[in-house]
Design a protein. Structure first.
Ligand SMILES: Nc1nc2c(ncn2[C@@H]2O[C@H](COP(=O)(O)OP(=O)(O)O)[C@@H](O)[C@H]2O)c(=O)[nH]1
Ligand SMILES: [Mg+2]
Length: 452
């Protein structure tokens, strides 16, 4: 295994920069850089780093940490150097290590990859490292941490082990039909397979909570031109992300901003106003607006309330359980007009909880709207019990495993039945990268004491 090294902190000027080395020569390279013996394991020591090729040329006065294998992040010998975070210092160290010739720059993700190969992490935990680094909100970070703690790996690993045990029984029945095994093996494993199908189904049927939290909840702002959609986006984003004007048809493309709503990540999209138009570009913008509203987790349907309840006609089809009706420009709505709105909404059966009065201009109603949206977002991604599914990769493998188990329940021949269970175990093993069917079968078969 080659020794690798890489800066672990983001490039640029900072108080401290961290560089990591991992592999068999990490310790020797540290010795060459300091001209001293290795420090005590896992103790931070002050180290004078110098260029091994020219020991008079000092690089930095740094903090050095020595993690001998296997008690390190990668499971290999690891050295961590905490430098002063300037470009020149880091560049000089990288150049000196490069010139030493015993280590090469790490590929992206290579430290974590080695941790996986050395059984320090399973694949779900390795993915959690990436998610934790990418997390932009607290809820995302908490979810990634749970996964890093092995919550998902344990769940999938446990299912795989239970299935492997069943598989062992099925195969024993096939391989040694003359042996005196308890009769009716396929029938005896059926209840446990049914339990597993139900558990996997419940885990899959989570309204994509975990995936939504990882990727961000999508909210689309739609409505007729000039209703104040772009103004609302800017107010929620607290910056001028979208152009606001009195000219209808100003917004043509989808404009996205990312928000942190109460710890939940949200991708808010402003869209072109919905209307008939002869302008080809605006028409494409409207097509995109509708497509975005279709796939959004939540739509904010904005209307100019001052125009009266007839405005509803243009958006009636967009009102659904996943929509919040925002009646904007309330500053220009008389009491009589408001009463008219209330009558129409009641007649249409729009629940009051799905309606938000707003004036972006005065700011009235913005806070209640924000809490209503945050509440909806929390309901979409928060709550839930246990470890949520976080990736399409996991979902696909679990759906494959569940389908295989359902085939097992319907399979006519014992040989085919065992093969379906085997496929299900493999699919679960692909998620964690850990379950090796053959190894587990060996262990379990030993308990059987057959054909000694
Ligand atoms: N009086 C009033 N005018 C508003 C309000 N919100 C937006 N506007 C104005 O309505 C016009 C259209 O706004 P804009 O955000 O571009 O609407 P969009 O076409 O739906 O994106 C602009 O002139 C805004 O200043 C509001 O709450 N009250
Ligand atoms: Mg606009």
């Amino acid at each position: 295994m080659e020794t690798i090294y890489a800066p672990a902190t983001a490039p640029g000027r900072a108080a401290v920069a961290v560089l990591r080395l991992s592999g068999p020569d990490a310790g020797a390279i540290l010795t060459a850089l300091t001209g001293r013996p290795l420090p005590r394991p896992r103790r931070a020591v002050l180290a004078r780093l110098r260029d091994p090729a020219d020991p008079a040329d000092r690089i930095d006065r740094a903090l050095a940490l020595w993690f001998p294998a296997p008690a390190s992040f990668t499971g290999e010998d690891v050295v961590e150097l905490h430098l002063h975070g300037g470009r020149a210092v880091l560049d000089a160290l990288v150049a000196a290590i490069g010139a030493d010739g015993r280590a090469r720059l790490a590929e992206p993700g290579e430290f974590t990859r080695r941790a996986f190969l050395n059984h320090k992490l399973d694949l779900t935990e390795a993915e959690a490292v990436a998610d934790l680094v990418d997390a932009e909100t607290r809820a995302q970070a908490r979810q990634a941490l749970r996964q890093l703690d092995g919550a998902l790996g344990r769940l999938y690993g446990d299912w795989a082990r239970r299935l492997t045990r069943l598989l062992a029984h099925l195969e024993a029945d096939l391989d040694f039909p003359d042996e005196d095994l308890p009769g009716g093996v396929a029938a005896s494993v059926a209840p446990e397979v049914d339990r597993l199908i139900a558990e996997i189904a419940a885990h899959l049927d989570d309204a994509r909570r975990g995936e939504r939290l990882r990727e961000g909840v999508e909210i689309a702002i739609i409505g007729p031109p000039n209703a104040g959609k772009s103004s609302l986006l800017n107010a929620l984003a607290r910056r001028d992300a979208a152009i606001v004007s009195a000219i209808p048809g100003t917004t043509r493309d989808v404009i996205e901003v990312q928000l942190d709503l109460g710890g939940y990540p949200v991708v808010l999209a402003d869209t072109a106003g919905l209307r008939e138009t002869a302008d080809a570009i605006e028409d494409e913008g409207i097509r995109r607006a509708l497509a975005r509203a279709e796939r959004a987790d939540l739509s904010l349907v904005v209307l100019d309330a001052a125009g009266g309840p007839d405005a509803l006609d243009a958006v009636r089809r967009r009102l659904s359980a996943e929509a919040l009706l925002v009646l904007n420009k309330a500053d220009r709505v008389t009491e009589a007009l408001r009463a008219a709105w209330d009558r129409v909404l009641a007649a249409e059966g729009v629940p009051p909880a799905a309606v938000a009065w707003l004036s972006v201009t005065t700011g009235d109603g913005l806070k209640p709207l924000l809490s209503a949206v945050t509440g909806r977002v929390a309901a979409l991604v928060g709550g839930g019990t246990g470890a949520p599914l976080t990736r399409a990769r996991h979902r696909e493998a679990l759906e494959y495993a569940k389908a295989a188990l359902e085939r097992f329940r319907a399979a006519p021949l014992p040989e085919l039945a065992a093969e379906d269970v085997r496929l299900a175990v493999r699919a679960l093993g692909r998620i964690t990268g850990r379950v090796d069917v053959e190894d587990l079968l060996d262990v379990i078969f030993r308990d059987f004491c057959i054909g000694k």
